[in-house]
Design a protein around this ligand. Sequence first.
Ligand code: SF4
Length: 134
Amino acid sequence: MSEEIIIQPKILPLCYKVAEHENVVWVCDGAANVGQIGHAVGVLLTNLDKARMCCTTAVAAASKPHLEIAEKAKKNIVINGCGNRCASKVMEKAGKRIDYEIDISKYLQKVPTLDIYQADVKKIAKIVINEAKL
Ligand code: SF4
């Protein structure tokens, strides 16, 4: 059995309390490589303190605090795995502003796998940081 590595978790500020000063990231978290890369990009941007990932499904579920977070956010950064733009449609249906959106499948081929490469995560994160001016 391999030795477990214990990592101190990075405790994030509550989205609700910081939204107006933060770029908030909404990912589709789709069940394909591009959706999972989008999820990993959201995590990376959060851990780099470039943005704060929030719960896209909660917006789709009309959760009041999450609708308010989307309303108050400094910038809403929306990361879609493919051209279906599910995360963007969630925001549009909720009547929320989208300040930047990306379709990852324009840069990487969509493949039905949940296995992803860190190099792809970094590539997409760099594009988002540059284009959204994070
Ligand atoms: S945008 Fe594409 S990858 Fe993301 S949830 Fe929708 S269909 Fe799946």
